[in-house]
Design a protein around this ligand. Structure first.
Ligand code: NAD
Ligand code: PPY
Length: 354
């Protein structure tokens, strides 16, 4: 993979790159679209094997933010930033981390509000407190600092709405006693497990972190090894770990009837959506299923919504998915293609009205 390959066909507006000589970290800010408003999307902090890989991740994630904002009808564009760390996030000491947050806050100031950040893998609300104080361009501060707090519970609510809508489409009325496989027991996945146990579902779950597995087990989930979750038989598969876990080969053998989860870019490429579609597996596109987090951040901080108003919008994820399912049926296309068409039409409409 090289940067030229990534840029060809990306269709985004701008990428900024910065190397911090002090730590060896590389910052990537990808602004995919500002057609609906300033670009927004979280800051992902993790180790990558190369700068090209970090740029590829940032650009793909930024594009999906454009789709997410349009599908949810939020007045923002799509962007994402990456802090490509010199080591794994947990091996970065506090002093170095604070230095990196200060550098990233300067990146935000240089971009003067054309990109707003928020939490993503490797960053959280406390980091947003620091970057907001230093730049004014971060969503998702803690409530103590005047923000709306973590988006994870709202994202989990939206994922639960999406998987329920997906199950209904697959002809599974009620999740009671149905097997649901959850991959990743972090802030979102654990909350989804809790909701599913309350539904009476038979939850099968995994994480690479043993303690998180123990907690899910206490909630009532049956734990399997991380490598086994993709082959476990289930009615619903809920990816809440990392992206790219379903490639065409996995799509061809996954033993489930519905895929709906939080992980961004869960499909490695659009071909995987076609394979799922051809097997009759209902796929809830991730940028719709996980849009609760964006509704929470933009709803609370830009639109002035109350928590109840955010909840009502999160419930509307079911209506958006119904539109997607209807278009997919009508035009014999995958739900991923249908969702992108709906979001794309909204963006084109915006451009025509401008
Ligand atoms: P998190 O970091 O709290 O949790 C991710 C979990 O996945 C961790 O417990 C980690 O140990 C586990 N994991 C990583 N690799 C794994 C593997 N191979 N097998 C099993 N488990 C593995 O993140 P989160 O906030 O819960 O978000 C989950 C996913 O949803 C992420 O991909 C994130 O980008 C996406 N997302 C989150 C939000 C939000 O509001 N938090 C919003 C939109 C999308
Ligand atoms: C995501 O939903 O993937 C995010 O990156 C979270 C987000 C949403 C809206 C603004 C900033 C961050």
């Amino acid at each position: 993979m090289d940067i030229d390959e990534t840029l060809t066909g990306w269709g985004g507006q701008m990428i900024t790159l910065r190397r911090d000589e002090h730590t060896g970290a590389t910052f990537v800010v990808a602004i995919h679209s500002t057609a609906r408003g300033p670009a927004a999307g979280g800051t992902r902090a993790m180790h990558y094997d190369s700068t090209a890989e970090a740029v590829d991740d940032a650009t793909r994630l930024a594009e999906v933010m454009t789709m997410k904002m349009a599908a949810a009808d939020l007045p923002m564009g799509g962007g994402k930033s990456v802090i490509a760390l010199p080591a794994a996030r947990h091996d970065i000491d506090e002093h170095t981390w604070h230095h990196l947050l200060a550098v990233h806050a300067e990146n935000l100031r240089l971009l003067r509000g054309s990109y707003w950040t928020g939490p993503d893998v490797g960053t959280g609300s406390a980091d947003m407190d620091i970057m907001h104080a230093a730049s004014g361009f971060a969503f998702g501060r803690t409530e103590a600092a005047g923000g709306p707090g973590s988006s994870a519970p709202v994202t989990a609510h939206g994922v639960h709405v999406a998987l329920t809508a997906g199950a209904a489409r697959a002809g599974i009325g009620d999740l009671r006693d149905h097997r649901v496989a959850v991959q990743g027991l972090g802030a979102v996945g654990m909350d989804v497990v809790d909701r599913l146990i309350k539904d009476g579902a038979e939850v099968i779950a995994t994480d690479v972190d043993r303690e998180r597995c123990d907690r899910a087990s206490t909630l009532g989930a049956r734990i399997v090894a991380p490598d086994d979750i993709m082959t476990v038989e289930s009615e619903v598969f809920v990816p809440c770990a990392t992206g790219g876990v379903i490639d065409p080969a996995v799509a061809d053998r996954i033993a489930t009837r519905v895929v709906a989860g939080a992980a961004n870019n869960v499909l490695s490429d659009p071909g995987a959506a076609d394979v799922l579609n051809s097997r009759g597996i209902v796929f809830a596109p991730d940028f719709i299923a996980n849009s609760g987090g964006a509704m929470h951040l933009v709803g609370r901080e830009v639109l002035g919504w109350s928590p109840d108003e955010v909840s009502r919008h999160v419930e509307s994820i079911a209506t958006t998915l119904d539109e997607v399912f209807t278009l997919s049926d009508r035009d014999h296309i995958s739900t991923e293609t249908a969702a992108r068409r709906i979001a794309g039409n909204r963006l084109n409409q915006e451009a025509d009205d401008a």
